[in-house]
Design a protein around this ligand. Structure first.
Ligand code: CXF
Ligand code: ZN
Length: 369
């Protein structure tokens, strides 16, 4: 069938809206008409060629929409279902079996190689194959193919624009604090970066009942938002030469938890310097290639600290997304405060607005049938 997709043709280039061919769903595939898709920082890292992904390519990994067709082996989902599309996992390895699909043994093959695991592709422009299957979806398009393992049926009351970013940025931030760090009531946390992931972490920390929530963010408007969402202390890094000291001015013994969404080596080092004994630093921001572990092993040893990477907030989406949807319903996850909707054909303009700090979470919307 003919669809419209936002194609990136070379590293760093703008997206171009193109008419391309999409295959009919195979037995295990689900054709989804996209209604909304969030833009995540990882899409831009891939667009810029920093995360290797063969081009031309269709990116996008926070899709939500309506199922149009399913393959013969699909039983969980039916045409007409409203779904969110999430990262893909195999469902049969040890990690998937223990509720950790974000660490699926075949995560790279199912999400990052730009084609199906058998080497075939489903999107073409004339005779030229286009890389797709980004996070098992590639949803910067009017339609996409997904799988039973990476779609979640949505309740009727959640709009697609709200549901879309649950699939990556929101579950990464909220899950990072609620599941991976599992911050206990009255604990303290430092959150570096006030984008979608950082602000979702703030909401997650408020849900957990953290007593002290310190947010480091350069944009004043985002600091205001962080405070409205539950931050107790705000630090403007540009006005603060020593971040660890600024945190210790608030909590002399340091923070119980730190959660880095920036991936910036100097921020990571400062976050380590702000950790209390037995403190845990969770890392979700993508650091430059070759960045060493932050801090010093001797200090980590002496203070019994932990540094850990976190993918997708340690979420098992089938269980965690319904919990997040309940928090949204109850007003504890007011995602409307972060989201800025733009029409799909404004994709480049929307990304520029996000880059300039004019909005936090860009969600692109497409007309329904
Ligand atoms: C990313 C996190 C860093 C590694 C690649 C995948 N997740 C979502 O955007
Ligand atoms: Zn993402």
């Amino acid at each position: 069938m003919q669809i419209t997709a936002a194609v990136v043709r070379e590293p760093g280039a703008n997206f171009t809206l193109e008419a391309v061919e999409l295959d009919e769903p195979r037995a295990d595939e689900i054709l989804v008409r996209i209604a909304a898709v969030g833009v995540c920082h990882t899409d831009l890292v891939a667009r810029d060629g920093v995360m290797p992904f063969s081009m031309p390519a269709v990116l996008g990994h926070e899709g939500a929409g309506t199922v149009e067709k399913v393959g013969s082996a699909v039983t969980k989902i039916a045409p007409g279902d409203r779904v969110a599309i999430i990262f893909r996992s195999c469902g049969s390895c040890d990690r998937c079996g223990s509720g950790d699909p974000a660490y699926c043994y075949t995560m790279p093959i199912l999400n990052y190689i730009g084609m199906r695991p058998d080497g075939s592709t489903a999107i073409r422009h004339g005779d030229i194959a286009i890389s797709y299957n980004f996070f098992g979806q590639s949803s910067f398009a009017s339609h996409t193919l997904a799988y039973e393992r990476n779609v979640l049926k949505l309740p009727d009351d959640i709009p697609f624009e709200i549901a879309a970013p649950l699939g990556c940025g929101v579950q990464t931030g909220a899950g990072g604090v609620m599941l991976a760090l599992a911050c206990p009531r009255n604990s303290s946390i430092l959150i570096t970066g006030g984008g979608t992931v950082g602000l979702s972490a703030v909401m997650g920390a408020a849900i957990q009942g953290c007593r002290t929530i310190i947010v480091v963010e350069p944009h004043a408007a985002r600091r205001v938002l962080a405070q409205q969402l539950g931050a107790t202390h705000l630090i403007a890094p540009n006005e603060c030469p020593d971040l660890a000291a600024a945190v210790r001015a608030i909590l002399p013994n340091g923070v119980d938890y730190a959660f880095d969404t920036t991936g910036q080596p100097e921020i990571l080092t400062a976050a380590m310097g702000a950790l209390a004994p037995k403190g845990v630093l969770g890392i979700v921001g993508i650091p430059p290639v070759g960045t060493p572990m932050p801090g010093q092993l001797g200090v980590v040893l002496q203070l019994g600290q932990t540094v850990r990477g976190i993918i997708e907030g340690d979420s098992d989406p089938e269980f965690f997304l319904p919990i997040l949807i309940d928090h949204w319903r109850a007003g504890r996850l007011p995602l409307e405060m972060l989201i800025h909707a733009f029409p799909f054909d404004q994709i480049n303009h929307a990304i520029l607005a996000q880059h300039q700090g004019d909005c936090v979470k860009v969600v692109l919307t497409l007309p329904s049938a």
